[in-house]
Design a protein around this ligand. Structure first.
Ligand code: ADP
Length: 497
């Protein structure tokens, strides 16, 4: 058992801060890393020490595995937390950190590489009683043979790249006459995106919901799950509203899904916090999709319904402790919802809208948690993911949590960039979301940008704040014309928020 006294967080923004906060509570010193774009970032100011890695692009800063390890050794760091994104699912990084004698707050390299390949993952879990989407569990090159299999599976089918990620190399085929062409397209897309053209074929699940199970496993073979999160509201295959528990799982399905997820963890000797993703279909059947071998963006909703601090558990597990609770000690308390506040324009197909946070005031009050990494006056950098914050609420039940989220969104004051907040508010008010009757096609089925075009009270309040900002800026600035025109634009935008 090795106790951690200094922790380096190999990440930036809200997740770096979130990890450091728990470390501080545990009396652990923290080290931040940063790029030139993040010199004044909150995670850098919060840490006890900070190391400049290099220029803004991540391949010259946050992805420099060797440099991060060297600096850790120089500063006497005894553990590294990779956060999510960047190096978090890089098996080589997990291996090198461990070889340097530093604790890695994540799984061993083998678990990362097995679960990072969709076919290897399917093969690993096959003998562990985990339901798989009907279809192939190996790569196929022979087009006529693949076509025959597609007919056996039954249309619609999905052709997927083995090395896939971010929805790339995936093609839906509805009819046998299109199969050949679509398979060729999938192979060439996979080859250019991943340098590996292997594809496989599986049943396309109708009306799919994305439901995932949070897991935590120690080094002594104990694995427990912290129930599910539902993340079906997605745009561009990426999550934007998440909740726990799901509105549709029965206690029996929850139990079966939890057990399947624990089996997935056992199949790869998993250690630390991880998530097993499932597709859940209209009939209530569920199938293993993939495992994310890291702490996820949406982990707070699981923390709020269970009372478990996942980062604290990650630290204790790396130190060699056994889990401090058993499956039967965990219960679901109330309901939690998270919305991701991205600097994106929900009226323009969610394109990033980078800029300065001229007004930034967080909502407050009972049951609200805001995990963010920016303050008023800061720029949302163009180099990284444009997420400004995660707004999370917790309440006694789903109904109250939805109402609380709407109240919190209305209290959030952001000007200078467009955000996903108006879209999230739309979702929270929508009959399909409120009734629980939705799937991953929520955006395609129910959303049109003009639905956001209604004037509301919060728009007026932001306009008033902008007015105050403009007055102050006129006093301070000599280049008023630029300031005025950008504020004018922002004001116009917010009038129709
Ligand atoms: P990636 O690694 O590229 O993100 P995933 O396998 O995680 O690919 O799938 C991404 C999304 O595509 C899922 O969240 C789900 O919405 C959809 N999807 C994946 N497989 C299927 C399937 N067999 N049927 C229907 N939808 C699917």
């Amino acid at each position: 058992m090795k106790s951690i006294s200094k922790l380096l967080v190999a990440n930036r923004g809200e997740i770096a801060l979130r990890v450091m906060r728990t470390a501080k509570e545990m009396g652990i010193k923290t080290v931040a890393v940063y790029s030139e774009a993040d010199r004044n970032a909150l995670h850098v100011r919060y840490a006890d020490e900070a190391v400049l890695l290099g220029p803004p692009p991540s391949n010259q800063s946050y992805l420099l595995a060797d440099k991060i390890i060297e600096e850790s050794l120089r500063l006497g760091v005894d553990a590294i937390h990779p956060g999510y994104g960047f190096l978090s699912e890089n098996a080589e990084f997990s291996r090198k950190v461990r070889e340097a004698g530093i604790l890695f707050l994540g799984p061993k390299p083998d678990a990362i590489s097995t679960m990072g390949d969709k076919l290897m993952a399917k093969q690993a879990v096959k003998s562990y009683d985990v339901p798989l989407v009907p279809g192939l569990d190996e790569a196929i090159e022979d087009v006529p043979a693949a076509k025959k299999l597609a007919e056996e599976i039954g249309y619609p089918v999905l052709i997927k790249a083995a090395a896939g990620g971010g929805g790339k190399g995936m093609r839906i085929v509805h009819d046998t006459k299109d199969f050949e062409e679509q398979m060729q397209l999938a192979v060439s897309e996979a080859t250019s995106a991943f340098g590996d053209g292997s594809v496989f074929v599986e049943k396309y699940v109708d009306s799919p919901r994305h439901i995932e199970i949070q897991l935590i496993a120690d080094q002594h073979g104990n694995v427990v799950h912290l129930f599910e999160r539902e993340c079906s509201v997605q745009r561009r295959h990426q999550k934007v509203v998440e909740e726990a528990p799901s509105a549709v799982l029965t206690p029996e399905t929850r139990k079966a899904m939890g057990e399947a997820a624990v089996n997935v963890a056992k199949a790869c000797n998993y250690e630390g916090a991880g998530t097993v993703e499932f597709i859940y279909d209209a009939s209530g059947a569920f199938y293993f999709l993939e495992m994310n071998t890291r702490l996820q963006v949406e982990h707070p909703v699981s923390e709020l319904i269970t009372g478990v601090d996942l980062v604290r558990e990650q630290i204790r597990i790396a130190e060699g402790h056994e889990l401090s609770f058993k499956q039967e000690d965990l219960q679901i308390h109330g309901h939690s919802i998270e919305v991701r506040v991205y600097a994106e324009d929900p009226r323009e197909n969610f394109v990033p809208d980078i800029g300065n946070l001229k007004v930034y005031q967080r909502p407050q009050g009972p049951g609200i948690r805001v995990d963010d990494g920016l303050e008023e006056g800061m720029d949302v950098p163009i180099y990284y993911d444009p997420m400004i914050a995660k707004l999370i609420v917790h309440a006694g039940d789903r109904e109250q949590a939805m109402d609380r989220m709407i109240r919190a969104i209305d209290e959030y004051r952001i000007a200078g960039v467009k955000t996903t907040l108006p879209f999230c508010r739309f979702t929270l008010e929508h009959e399909a979301f409120r009734s629980g009757n939705f799937d991953t096609h929520f955006v395609q089925k129910h959303y049109e940008p003009q639905m956001l075009d209604r004037r509301d009270e919060s728009g007026e309040k932001v306009a008033a704040l902008l007015g105050a900002w403009l007055l102050q800026n006129q006093k301070e600035s000599t280049s008023q014309s630029t300031a005025q025109s950008s504020v004018g634009n922002a004001w116009k935008r917010n009038r129709t928020m």
